[in-house]
Design a protein around this ligand. Structure first.
Ligand code: CUA
Length: 356
């Protein structure tokens, strides 16, 4: 589609082609229908124009019942097929744009007035730039420190709102190396229009080199230090006498709350349980953990979560470990698998309790 070069940004992600195809199809369909209507209007205007000052009344049209039915079937059936086709096409595309692959590389994004901050799992951080490898699915977990922003990469055809107080997700797989625009696509104050950045897509081996040059320790190491600093380890000791739940292997597992609800321990759940622990207290524990909402920035919360995610369990479970009903090999598979547990992703407001 090079003839549209000046109108459309280049296609630089795996979903860009499919996204544009649907858009072009809708444009073409709209154009053809409009054209058809225009032609009919012009034809009728000429055909039935007033030819004399005292025109003869037109003879009424009489159709057989059968013809009427045929017409009705046509005007119901044809649009139905077209629109259901568009719906199916769009829904499929939407699902693929919204569902990151399990092996996607994780990067964390925090938006604030007026900049984009990113943290790589390696610990490397950036502002208003995001380096990613080409040909590798990348999943962004995003939040905001202040108001609503929107993370938008036109060349990748992806855009997701970035909201204070919760995590949203966006994924892409770049297909070309180079630099691409990053915009904030939600008015967020005076310098909203300046909240722009660059996505820098590199060959995987260049990316590895770039990533390695940080030297401030990985995200989970930073989280581990904070875990000790905040003395989380005095309660989350991991032994059976602990006053707080064991965090080993927690991420991605199902947690039974005191209320009887079962939630999936995804990133949103971990975030909420750090900032406002009283909201979802794990069954069998007292709500004694203090809230950390006032003292942790979103970036620090992300580091803590990265640390908790790095705790993948204590190897083969001891024979008596069966306290959890859902210990069946809960890997770090991530939040998406919650679908098969019938629990909506995001978990914070899931409310999928089996009921009292
Ligand atoms: Cu951030 Cu507009």
């Amino acid at each position: 589609m090079n003839f549209l070069y000046r109108i459309f940004p280049e296609q630089a992600s795996t979903v860009a082609g499919g996204y544009d195809a649907l858009f072009y199809f809708l444009c073409a369909l709209t154009f053809l229908v409009s054209l058809g209507i225009a032609i009919v209007i012009i034809y009728y205007a000429v055909r039935y124009r007033r030819k004399t000052k005292t025109p003869e009344p037109l003879r009424p049209v009489h159709l057989s019942q059968r013809d009427i039915h045929r017409m009705e079937y046509a005007w119901i059936g044809i649009p139905l097929v077209i629109f259901m086709g568009i719906f199916y096409w769009g829904a499929k595309l939407w699902a693929s744009i919204k569902t990151p692959p399990d092996d996607a590389m994780q990067i964390y994004i925090v938006g604030k007035q007026w900049m984009w901050k990113s943290q790589h799992v390696s610990g490397r951080r950036e502002i208003n730039e995001l380096h990613v490898p080409v040909g590798v699915p990348v999943k962004l977990t995003m939040t905001s420190e202040d108001v609503i922003h929107s993370f938008y990469i036109p060349a990748f055809r992806v855009k997701t709102d970035v909201l204070p107080g919760r995590y949203t997700e966006l994924w892409f797989e770049a297909t070309k190396t180079g630099e691409f625009h990053l915009f904030c696509a939600e008015y967020c104050g005076t310098k909203h229009s300046g909240m722009i950045g660059k996505i820098i897509v590199m060959e995987p081996k260049d990316f590895e080199v770039w990533l390695g040059g940080a030297g401030e320790g990985s995200l989970s190491e930073a989280g581990e230090r904070m875990f000790t600093q905040l003395r989380c380890n005095t309660c989350h000791t991991g032994d059976s006498q602990a006053r707080a739940p064991d965090l080993e292997g927690l991420y991605g597992s199902e947690v039974t709350l005191g209320s009887g609800d079962v939630v999936v321990a995804d990133e949103s759940y971990l975030r909420e349980s750090i900032l406002e622990p009283a909201k979802k207290v794990v069954a069998g524990y007292q709500p004694i953990m203090p809230p950390y909402a006032a003292q942790l920035s979103e970036e620090k919360v992300i580091q803590l979560i990265a640390y908790i995610k790095s705790l993948k369990g204590r190897g083969p479970p001891a024979p008596d470990a069966g306290a959890s009903p859902s210990d069946a090999g809960t890997t770090d598979g991530g939040t998406q698998e919650s679908a098969d547990a019938g629990v909506p992703d995001g978990g914070t407001d899931a409310g999928t309790a089996p009921g009292p």
